[in-house]
Design a protein around this ligand. Structure first.
Ligand SMILES: Nc1ncnc2c1ncn2[C@@H]1O[C@H](COP(=O)(O)OP(=O)(O)O)[C@@H](O)[C@H]1O
Ligand SMILES: [Mg+2]
Length: 357
């Protein structure tokens, strides 16, 4: 298949804006995905989305367009909400693309709305309160500790040890930090237990890859055991060296509850093709969903690829599997114009192996 690997190039290395490391990581992932596709026999082209997303979209149309877009776009012009925007725009083109649709990506980035949906579907998620900028610091019925997060960010942006708060004064400081990111603060009950990641691949059926968890080491002694921005992105930070993703052994029934919560989360939000649901285990064993990552990080060293490796899927196989799953999903959907495009017919011709997800 001719595959365009689409990713965001919307950061200025000289800018002091937060999130530089996570935005730069996207280009490393794009390189890795393109190499894996090439090694698997596909013809990949890298395409960065900068200041002019419309020009990029137009280049994907027509006979010279790709058979599939591998969509790694996580933001547009530095705004995480652009992730959903790009997915919506891609859906207008007669070209299949990988990953979730705009609604799912938008929900995952509006954490309060995703949580409301999860609660409606009976999936446990920590209690929460949303504090709009300038609002009174009221969290009726809450008991400390609490964690304060930006309501619409990703990649642990805006999360530090100070995000976990034990009294009103700490709460006030943490909420003001989030407001500086120009968005409301999401205040959640803090679940102190283990952090387990459930990775999934495919649609029908949706395969669950081996569970992983964060192993919090000595750098977390006396500190909140959370994956802060430093822990996620800054290799020189002690908390980064001490928060590896490792294989997760859980009692059979607990693992069953964790997987069920993750799968119901995917159903509730409509996740497609691949993704990761992050869960914290409360002391009573209840798995609380804290984060949904529909188009999750595909870095070869990240938790998702490691989970795949544990199940015997090399990085190359994983990446081509995602491409095939997305292509096949589109081809089977009669309501999707991309499924009837000449590109789809060409790429599905004999000689191309299309696995069913
Ligand atoms: N309710 C919670 N209880 C305990 N820890 C949490 C909770 N919510 C988030 N965290 C910690 O903060 C990290 C980042 O939060 P998350 O919601 O995943 O943000 P992001 O979408 O930016 O990745 C999580 O990986 C986890 O370690
Ligand atoms: Mg997260």
């Amino acid at each position: 298949m001719r595959v365009t690997v689409l990713y965001n190039v919307d950061y200025d290395p000289a800018s002091p804006a937060p999130g530089l490391e996570s935005r730069q990581d996207v280009s490393r992932v794009a390189d890795a995905v393109a190499s894996a596709l090439k090694a698997a026999g596909h013809s990949p082209t890298l395409l960065g989305v900068g200041d002019d997303p419309l020009e990029v979209l137009c280049s994907l149309r027509g006979a010279s367009g790709p058979d599939l877009v591998f969509n790694l776009c996580e933001s547009l012009r530095g705004d995480a909400r652009g992730e959903a925007g790009m997915s919506a725009a891609l859906a207008l083109l007669p070209v299949p693309f990988t990953g979730s649709d705009a609604l799912t990506l938008g929900l995952a980035l509006h954490k309060d709305k995703a949580k409301a949906l999860l609660r409606q579907h009976g999936v446990p998620t920590p209690d929460w309160w949303v504090l709009e900028e300038g609002a009174a610091l009221q969290v009726p019925g809450a008991s400390f500790p609490l964690i304060v997060k930006p309501v619409r960010e990703d990649g642990s942006l805006g999360i530090s040890f100070d995000s976990v708060v034990n009294d009103l004064s700490e709460l006030s400081n943490a909420v003001r930090c989030v407001w500086r990111l120009d968005q409301p603060a999401l205040v959640e009950s803090y679940i102190a237990g283990r952090e387990v990641m459930v990775s999934f691949l495919g649609n029908t059926p949706r395969l669950v890859l081996p569970l992983r968890e964060i192993e919090f080491g000595p750098a977390f002694a006396g500190r909140p055991r959370i994956v802060s921005y430093l822990a996620k992105w800054i290799p020189s930070a002690p908390e980064c060296q001490d928060s590896a993703s490792v294989a997760c052994g859980l009692p059979h029934d607990t693992a069953g509850r964790v997987v069920e919560a993750a799968l119901r989360t995917c159903e509730a939000l409509g996740c497609r093709d691949y993704g990761r649901v992050d869960i914290r285990l409360a002391s009573d064993g209840v798995p609380h969903v804290i984060d949904v990552n529909p188009n999750c990080d595909l870095h070869p060293e990240a938790g998702f690829a490691r989970a795949a490796a544990e199940s015997g899927l090399s990085y190359q196989s994983l990446v081509s599997r995602i491409a095939e799953v997305a292509f096949d999903r589109t081809r089977r959907d009669p309501s999707d114009p991309a499924g009837r495009s000449p590109g789809a017919a060409r790429a599905a011709a004999p000689g191309h192996r299309v696995l069913s997800g």
